[in-house]
Design a binder for this molecule. Structure first.
Ligand code: ATP
Ligand code: MG
Length: 291
């Protein structure tokens, strides 16, 4: 006789666990005798924007270079979309790099190529797609950043803000899961910065891209961040998360100061935590599980 399945209890729906796209664990790096990163740990959930802030020389770009596999840590692990990357050989790393895009500080466009050719570069590098397909992909990405008509211009013929948008189109050319940005608003006026910020938010919300943004622009950071991490001398000294983001915590605003109680760079951020954010300032070293 067939079993009566009508009474089989249906398990209660569980709240979706936010997926961890970036998981950095106990990252440590020294150059010569200088310790540049000291036990840096943090996570970034899928489809959110994490901003890394900190003073000059605090280690922001060094974190980013580890994440793109340009540096190997002395200690620690980095998982991108579940894959540990610090031990990968060059070939395997190349495969992982297909999953992420990078917007370099200066934009790094090639002036000898047109805007369209610049956007096509990563597609040509990583795939063997036919020319017609590449052309369609390029047009689509340029459309996404509002630069459909600039395809045949040279980078020198467009403004700095437009160049940044082209760099962004190039960074997302292969539909990456993660985009890394190094100082995306450097050298831009506040209005153009606002345009780039909106684009970053749109890409996150509409395409589900996970973004890690290194910036020193506080206004921009508060506009785009779901989570902020503050680095100071290679350690995370503070982090903040937007309450309504996927990474929301139920705690209300709490700010702890380091044991010394002395003036701390993190206090600067803490004083400016806007509504909708809560902040935690950790006395270093921060442990795993931070965010
Ligand atoms: N390849 C390297 N060799 C030696 N020292 C390095 C190297 N890369 C970074 N450093 C040192 O590590 C420290 C952190 O550098 P990093 O570029 O990460 O700082 P940053 O926070 O990005 O600063 P900025 O805001 O000025 O860009 C600096 O003291 C820098 O001199
Ligand atoms: Mg830097």
């Amino acid at each position: 006789m067939a079993a009566d399945t009508s009474q089989v209890p249906v398990p209660a729906r569980q709240a979706p666990v936010p997926e961890c796209m970036i998981d950095v664990r106990h990252l440590r790096k020294r150059f010569g005798s200088k310790v540049v990163l000291e036990d840096v740990s943090f996570t970034v959930q899928r489809g959110t924007v994490c901003v890394v802030m900190g003073g000059s020389g605090s280690g922001k770009s060094t974190v980013l270079r580890h994440l793109i596999g340009a540096y190997r840590p002395d200690n620690g692990e980095i998982y991108l979309d579940g894959e540990e990357i610090t031990q990968l050989d060059a070939r395997a790393l190349q495969q992982v790099r297909r999953k992420f895009g990078m917007l370099f500080q200066g934009g790094a466009l090639l002036n000898s190529l047109t805007v369209g050719e610049n956007v096509a570069l990563p597609i040509r590098h990583h795939t063997e797609l036919p020319e017609e397909t590449i052309e369609i992909m390029v047009k689509l990405k340029l459309e996404l950043v509002g630069l459909r008509d600039a395809e045949h211009l040279k980078p020198s013929e467009i403004s700095g803000g437009m160049q940044k948008r082209v760099s962004l189109a190039r960074a997302i050319a292969l539909d990456p899961k993660i985009v890394f940005y190094d100082e995306p608003s450097a050298g831009l006026d506040p209005i153009v910065t606002g345009v780039i910020d909106k684009l970053m938010i749109d890409l996150t919300d509409k395409m589900g891209i996970t973004s890690l943004v290194v910036t020193h622009d506080m206004q921009s950071a508060f506009r785009i961040a779901d989570k902020m991490i503050m680095l100071h001398r290679g350690r995370i000294v503070a982090w903040h998360a937007r309450r309504d983001a996927g990474v929301a915590r139920s705690a209300s605003a709490t700010v702890h100061h380091g044991r010394s109680g002395r003036s701390h760079p993190a206090a600067y951020v803490a004083k400016r935590v806007p509504r909708g954010y809560f902040g935690v300032v950790v006395s270093s070293p921060c442990g795993r599980g931070l965010g």
